[in-house]
Design a protein around this ligand. Structure first.
Ligand code: SAH
Length: 486
């Protein structure tokens, strides 16, 4: 991803002072998500361009480094390494943090002056919002130009791609230009690579104060900046309104001391992924159940199996999936080829289907079915129910599935669409509980429910989990008899 900033004016190379980056020395900063190169492709008396090139290794992302998505194929096939996203915003504040604060001892007057500046951002994901480019940047005093290409030259009927190369030109202070870009990239891309915590509101206020509170698209910008975290949007809008009314400045110390390079570098970029939260919740339930043997049904690439193997409580572990490809990936991820004979006795992988009775499902203490039921056609669920509860019948069954109530928080997800292309249905809490309650009753299990993941303002979480326990028959021995026998 590339951001270029061009200054046109007398002694244009002074841009180097303002950015605190020497024009004659290309530099590279290493961040947790990739390399940030800074160099000047153009320096003349009247024009100087600084380029920030962000080089993210797509494989690093896929290997679970910050920015990887929910796991699976998406981590390998996605646009993250190639587009202007929150990675770029973080890179900007990392390498241009001092410039964003407006400090420049050598050229303070220049730093405080509105200059002829332009900035070009390459590959900004816009997702059909190109009309918003003008509405968002023009009120800040910029002339806005953007170009886009066909999604696929061979299929012109598919229309334009959702990525644009954006250029904004205006007479602005460099610190303002940087703060605008920092805030507005994730507004268009709206997929932050890091965990959004309470400090994110302070950060927006720090970089947005002085312009955002008066912006006609303040609501749009704030909502999109926080994407699915609606409660932060509300907090931020309240504080922006107070700023607009001339109140509340003191309540926002960050606005008075813009985030510095050092502070920005300490922003946590490690993401507790929903996937991880879910697997840890399932692992916790399995441990609490006292199970020693566990069957992971629809094990996918083996993420839960990996955790199970690291836990001594489990003496027999099996992973089953309908897909041979998934099983071979699981075998690779779990390093089956390097397992000792002893380890091989503890862990097995096999191909089967949840919809057909299979002797191999029997004799496990617990079964986990994590994010699988929604991949089956709803009319196959009675078969699954018979196979798991009636036939295999382990003491504990744990099932997780998306909570459709939470989908309103996914800005990119329109009504009647699912989170994943292969999902056949997504249930809200009432629907999931209705199915699970009746399955439990039919097969003499009891069931309780847990929420997994970030809770939104309406108390929804992205994942819901049912923990089934087989009801044990009342012992015939009376308690008194047991006591006297003891
Ligand atoms: N449990 C894993 C994978 C979830 S993705 C995890 O949480 O990471 C859904 C998985 O269910 C896929 O691997 C898919 O191959 C598997 N699957 C779909 N239908 C199935 C069926 N009928 N029987 C067994 N597995 C199935």
């Amino acid at each position: 991803m590339l951001l270029t900033i061009t200054y046109t004016g007398e002694n244009a190379a002074d841009l180097g002072y303002l950015l605190h980056k020497n024009p004659s020395r290309p530099q590279t900063a290493v961040s947790s998500f990739g390399k940030i190169h800074i160099f000047y492709p153009e320096i003349s008396a009247n024009r100087c361009t600084a380029a920030l090139l962000l080089d993210i290794d797509p494989l690093d992302l896929a290997r679970g480094k910050p920015g990887s998505a929910g796991g699976g194929l998406f981590d390998y096939v996605n646009d993250r390494p190639y587009v202007s996203s929150s990675f770029m915003s973080t890179a900007i504040s990392r390498v241009y943090g001092t410039a964003m604060s407006g400090r420049c001892e050598m050229k303070q007057v220049l730093a405080d002056s509105a200059l002829d500046l332009s900035a070009t951002l390459v590959m900004l994901p816009c997702r059909g919002d190109t009309a918003m480019l003008e509405k968002v940047f023009a009120p800040l005093g910029y002339k806005v130009e953007w170009e886009s290409g066909l999604l696929d030259d061979s299929f012109p009927e598919w229309g334009d791609s959702c990525y644009v190369n954006l250029t904004i030109r205006g007479k602005v202070r460099l610190q303002d230009l940087l703060r605008h870009i920092y805030v507005l990239i994730p507004v268009f891309d709206y997929r932050k690579h890091y965990w959004i915590g309470d400090e994110e509101v302070d950060k927006l206020l720090a970089h947005g104060s002085g312009w955002l509170e008066k912006h006609p698209e303040k609501n749009f910008i704030t909502r999109r900046y926080f994407s699915k975290f609606g409660h932060f949007t509300k907090q931020a809008l309240k504080r922006l309104d107070r700023l607009d009314n001339g109140e509340g400045g003191a309540e926002n110390p960050a606005a008075e001391s813009p985030v510095t390079e050092e502070e920005e570098a300490s922003i946590p970029v490690k993401i507790p992924r929903l996937n991880d939260q879910r697997l840890l919740a399932v692992l916790g339930e399995l441990k609490a159940s006292g199970a020693q043997s566990v069957l992971d049904l629809g094990c996918g690439e083996g993420n839960l199996l990996h955790l199970l193997m690291k836990t001594k409580d489990f003496t027999a572990i099996a992973g089953m999936d309908v897909s041979a490809l998934m099983l071979s990936r699981a075998a690779g991820n779990l390093k089956f080829d390097r397992m000792t004979e002893e380890e091989k006795k503890r862990v097995t992988l096999f191909q089967s289907s949840l919809c057909y009775r299979d002797k191999r499902f029997k004799n496990y203490d617990a079964a986990a079915i994590v994010e699988v039921i929604e991949h089956l056609d709803e009319n196959r669920l009675p078969a699954l129910e018979a196979v798991i509860f009636a036939d295999a019948s382990p003491a504990t069954v744990i099932i997780t599935t998306p909570n459709a109530d939470y989908n309103v928080n996914y800005t990119g997800l329109t009504a009647n669409h699912f989170r994943h292309g292969d999902h056949r249905f997504e249930w809200n809490r009432v629907q999931f509980r209705a199915w699970a309650d009746s399955a439990a009753t039919r097969h003499d299990y009891s069931v309780r429910y847990e929420d997994i993941g970030e809770q939104d303002a309406n108390q929804n979480t992205p994942t819901q989990m049912a923990v089934f326990r087989k009801n044990t028959r009342q012992k015939t021995t009376a308690p008194e008899a047991a006591e006297s026998a003891a």
